[in-house]
Design a protein around this ligand. Structure first.
Ligand code: IMP
Length: 478
């Protein structure tokens, strides 16, 4: 082993301090901390954000929408969020939904209502006036598009994410600020709605044809063209969205300015990514990706800050790997070990309830994520899930179909699709880790496992998760 490892980072007496993210005295104001997923999502970012948020005044989400799902367990109580930043449980802090997020107003209002019912104040929730809205037609288009793709589908969450970002790029999007002016709202929805009605009609006709050919649908094709879908009625849509606007108005703000004020005042601001690096629209496993950029660079665009506002980047990775939806996953397991990870890790989606695909930790992919995000530190979550699963394996290179050794993440889709992982085998551990609270409580094999990861990817592991509760963590010194 070379360089700093998590194991060697543990001080001999096992006393480990949480990293101090507080603004330094007389230090230049640069306390922007970005937290991103380092794999295919569901790494447990919510819990890490919740923990690091203790030292911040402001927590900002910068991309994605309600395709994400964060679960935070606090004192045994479980909170699930899709849109609201994980920092919301710190009521005195400002929680921001940035301009880069796509917002389904119905979902957001539902989350606000749930929090209020649980007695949690949402008085400090701020919503960017520039964020785009997921409209009912986006959700319909996402579903119809996936159905059309059939066995080639992406496996999206069908929450309208892709069609909403597409409208944003087409300049046909409806923004949060539009909710506050009925006339503008009506004009914009009318312009956006017409092509969607056409597209949906066409998709519906094609579907009927396909079903008919397969002998599955007796209804006449014309029916789908003639019956107007009540969910696409302009008048009703405008009315409903005006009322959403009334309810959201107290939260709508110039959120980029809010971030600047906090950063310039020397406060710590956490920028919370959703999804993860390998689902990035530009750098992930395209086309099996989401429609936004979940990497650290996007914090600038999606929140409205400059690159120099970012002081620290944390990547969150599970101690193994999971993926939902279709797309390449070189270390995927189809055996008992994968099943054990699924069951013990409760690997079912927070948003869709889908079974997650499980596999070994892929260090080629993780090293790629570390560099792409220029990470300073890693948090490794769910280490406890691996106890009793020994020996442990980590992918350290791939081999191409032609037999070439690949020690970097292949940019070419076909190469990645057929890449075979080659593993390093490391000793496993049987101890139940859920009550470990310091590095010295961990068995040597677990420390070596973390050390191997840190060495391979070149950044320290600074936080380890050993259970779902926020107390079930181990801080490691850099
Ligand atoms: P979309 O983001 O709903 O368009 O889905 C695109 C791909 O990203 C699909 O494979 C989804 O399963 C995946 N995806 C989207 N959000 C998440 C997430 O929060 N965790 C894990 N996978 C996600």
């Amino acid at each position: 082993m070379t360089g700093a490892t998590a194991a060697s980072a543990a001080s001999p007496d096992g006393t480990l301090a949480a990293p101090d993210l507080r603004p330094r005295q007389n230090a230049p104001a640069m306390p922007g901390v970005v937290i991103v997923g380092a794999q295919w999502g569901d790494e447990g970012k919510g819990k890490v954000v919740d923990l690091l948020a203790e030292r911040a005044t402001t927590i900002v989400r910068f991309q994605g929408g309600n395709n994400a799902g964060h679960t935070i367990v606090r004192d045994g109580e479980e909170f699930k969020f899709h849109l609201i930043p994980s920092g919301i449980l710190h009521e005195e802090k400002t929680s921001v939904i940035g301009n880069g997020v796509v917002v389904d107003p119905r979902v957001l209002l539902g989350e606000i209502d749930n929090l209020k019912r649980a007695g949690i104040s949402v008085g400090n929730l701020r919503l960017s006036a520039n964020a785009h809205l997921i409209m009912p037609y986006h959700v319909l288009l996402d579903s119809a598009g996936e159905t059309k793709l059939g066995k080639n589908s992406i496996g999206t969450t069908r929450r309208g994410i892709g069609p909403c970002y597409a409208d944003k790029a087409l300049r046909l999007g409806i923004r949060v600020q539009d909710l506050l002016d009925e006339k503008i709202l009506r004009t914009k929805i009318r312009a956006a709605l017409e092509p969607k009605q056409q597209a949906l009609r066409e998709l519906s006709v094609q579907r009927r044809k396909r079903l008919k050919e397969a002998g599955e649908d007796a209804k006449p094709i014309e029916e789908s063209v003639q019956v107007p879908d009540p969910r696409l009625d302009l008048h009703a849509m405008v009315e409903e969205h005006v009322s959403f606007g009334h309810r959201l108005e107290p939260h709508i703000a110039d959120t980029a300015r809010l971030c600047w004020e906090a950063l310039d005042g020397g406060e710590t601001v956490i920028f919370e990514g959703a999804q993860a690096t390998l689902l990035d629209l530009d750098h992930g496993t395209y086309p099996f990706v989401t429609s936004s950029n979940p990497i650290a660079g996007e914090a600038c665009v999606g929140a409205g800050i400059g690159p120099k506002d970012i002081d620290e980047v944390w990547g969150i990775a599970k101690a193994y790997a999971t993926r939902v939806g279709a797309g390449p996953f070189p270390t995927e397991l189809f055996d008992d070990v994968g099943e054990q990870m699924l069951q013990r890790g409760h690997e079912f989606g927070t948003t869709t309830g889908r079974r997650r695909r499980c596999g070994w930790m892929d260090l080629i992919a993780l090293r790629y994520a570390v560099r792409l995000n220029r990470m300073d530190a890693l948090a490794i979550t769910k280490l406890d899930v691996l106890s009793g699963i020994g020996p442990l394996r980590v992918a350290v290179r791939y081999r191409s179909k032609e037999g070439a050794v690949l020690d970097t993440f292949p940019y070419h889709q076909s190469i990645l699709h057929s890449a075979e992982p080659e593993y390093e085998e490391l000793p496993g551990f049987d101890l139940d880790l859920t009550s470990c609270r310091s590095a010295s409580d961990l068995p040597q094999e677990a420390r070596d496992y973390l050390g191997f990861i840190a060495d391979f990817v070149g950044v320290p592991v600074r936080l380890v998760g050993v259970g779902p509760d926020r107390e079930q963590v181990i801080w490691l010194e850099d």
